[in-house]
Design a protein around this ligand. Structure first.
Ligand code: HEC
Length: 97
């Protein structure tokens, strides 16, 4: 089991992986979305993922899918998911002009 220390509580990567099964339908198993409406999560900062999920949960941000999904997550689960997706390594190639 890998443990990364988050801002307050230590996040559990392997639990994040387990929880991410429900996210992969829309966000892709590799965090790269095949659904044009859903953003890529791979390599996103854990801070941003956590904030987005908390905002959906609080109703600060609204989306018919994400608001329902985030409402069902505990703060601990949010931290584990944020740790999981932020740990993905991505490479980027900027278009040449
Ligand atoms: C039914 C499809 C669906 C599922 C399942 C789903 N998402 Fe999403 N997710 C979306 C869509 C669509 C958006 C964009 C919503 C918006 O415009 O605010 C989104 C947005 C997000 C964002 C905000 C990203 C950004 O760029 O601002 C995060 C973080 C996120 N999802 C995490 C998750 C996690 C974690 C799970 C699993 C627990 C999950 N999602 C499951 C469809 C889904």
């Amino acid at each position: 089991m890998f443990v990364i220390s988050g801002t307050s509580v230590a996040a559990d990567l392997s639990n994040g992986k387990k929880l991410s099964i429900q996210c992969s339908v829309c966000h892709g198993k590799d965090g790269i979305s095949r659904n044009p409406e859903a953003p890529n999560l791979a390599g996103m900062s854990s801070l941003y993922i956590e904030k987005s999920l908390v905002d959906y949960r609080k109703g600060i941000r609204h989306d018919r899918r994400m608001s329902l999904i985030a409402a069902a997550l505990s703060m601990e689960q949010i931290k584990d998911l944020a740790a999981w997706y932020s740990a993905f390594e991505i490479t980027v190639r900027v278009p040449e002009l």
